[in-house]
Design a protein around this ligand. Structure first.
Ligand code: ZN
Ligand code: ZN
Length: 367
């Protein structure tokens, strides 16, 4: 009986998903308006990775069926407990670098009087639907209305758990002077979807970067350089637009603080190249979650063991694990599994590494 129920549920989900995908196909543009023939990662229809160009892994439905059959992911073994954000620290005039984990890949990064957000997401779901798809399990570690005035936002790629339209629109509406630094191609989405977007002229507030390009922001005392750097991943907001906009990681290079935000990534020689190019970091925020089942996820996401390798590749003195514990059902491991596997991997790793996780709402303070 149970088996039949699961079959019906599976059919219902696939039908619903099929209808959505069909609707998306008709909406999706299929060309690359930013195509530059001289760039090896550009294609007329989008972009490719430097190593495994495009890994269109078959098996999405096999994975969906297997997880339904096996009842995955299991719930966390114990509740995931956040902390109250230290608003005094966050709002202080101190020039000490601070990084606060809001949840998933959303971080508040503070350096030299600047307040920056990575992949801001305060939404209830990481999904195109309001009624289905990965649901928020853990409230944001910091209420949206308690944020300090935000100077800049970096976006790693357009997946639904990284680019939340409502959050982006609210930031645009409420934080005057805010600027969004986005992967090449995402500026067109902003123009279409986000009111207040300006792509040209002195009031430009959405700046699209290609790999290995950088932009400058003036801090209180010195300049902060934001470098957009290649990692192995992909992009899509609907079917038919895979690889259409670029994806990547961000290096925040300030004389007093060098920070790397990994975005989403599979393991590849890109991380070694980042370490060589940028010369190392004081802190890296590296995605450690959404890695099971390995056969399906390994071309898209690091597991914690690979995250340790990525940390050493980019030459980070310290690393914090992100992209876990926040949205339900993104992958097969329980939401609290990544930090446990991280601890096991650290014991097995050749070197002792300062790779830790924060609680939702918790801040890391640099020297
Ligand atoms: Zn992604
Ligand atoms: Zn993600």
């Amino acid at each position: 009986m149970l088996k039949f129920r699961k079959v019906y549920l599976f059919l219902a989900i696939t039908t619903l998903a099929g209808a959505f995908l069909a609707a998306c196909v008709s909406m999706a543009p299929r060309s690359n308006p930013d195509y530059d023939v001289s760039k090896p990662h550009h294609r007329p229809d989008g972009f490719v990775n430097r190593y495994i160009e495009r890994s269109d892994k078959p098996g999405l439905w096999r994975w969906q069926w297997e997880r339904l059959r096996d009842g995955l992911p299991k719930p966390p073994a114990a509740p995931i407990v956040g902390v109250r954000p230290d608003l005094e620290l966050i709002n202080s005039e101190s020039t000490q670098p601070r990084v606060t984990w809001v949840g998933h890949s959303t971080l508040l990064v503070q350096v030299d009087g600047l307040n920056l957000l990575t992949d801001p997401h305060w939404g209830q779901r990481a999904s195109p639907f309001s009624f289905a798809g990965p649901k928020r399990h853990q409230p944001p570690g910091m209420p949206f209305n308690k944020l300090p005035s935000i100077d800049a936002v970096v976006i790693s790629h357009n997946h639904w758990d990284h680019l939340d339209q409502e959050t982006v629109q609210t930031l645009m509406d409420r934080h005057s002077g805010i600027r969004f630094f986005v992967p090449l191609g995402i500026q067109h989405w902003f123009k279409k979807e986000i009111k207040g977007t300006v792509l040209e002229g002195p009031a430009r507030n959405v700046i699209a970067l290609d790999w290995d390009q950088h932009a400058n922001i003036k801090g209180k005392t010195k300049n902060l350089e934001l470098h957009f750097l290649a990692v192995q991943h992909w992009s899509a907001r609907s079917i038919g637009d895979r690889y259409e906009t670029l994806w990547g990681s961000w290096a925040f290079m300030h004389p007093d603080f060098r920070f790397w935000f990994s975005g989403d990534l599979a393991y590849s020689p890109d991380t070694k190249a980042i370490g060589d190019r940028m010369g190392g970091f004081d802190l890296a925020a590296i995605a450690i979650g959404a890695y099971e089942p390995r056969w399906f996820m390994k071309d898209s996401h690091l597991n914690p063991k690979e995250a340790l390798q990525a940390m050493t590749d980019v030459k980070a003195k310290a690393a914090m694990g992100i992209h876990w514990g926040t949205f339900d059902g993104m992958s097969d491991e329980p939401l609290d599994q990544a930090p446990k596997d991280l601890e096991i991997a650290k014991k097995e790793f050749a070197l002792p590494l300062n790779f830790f996780v924060l609680k939702h709402g918790e801040s890391w303070v640099g020297r």
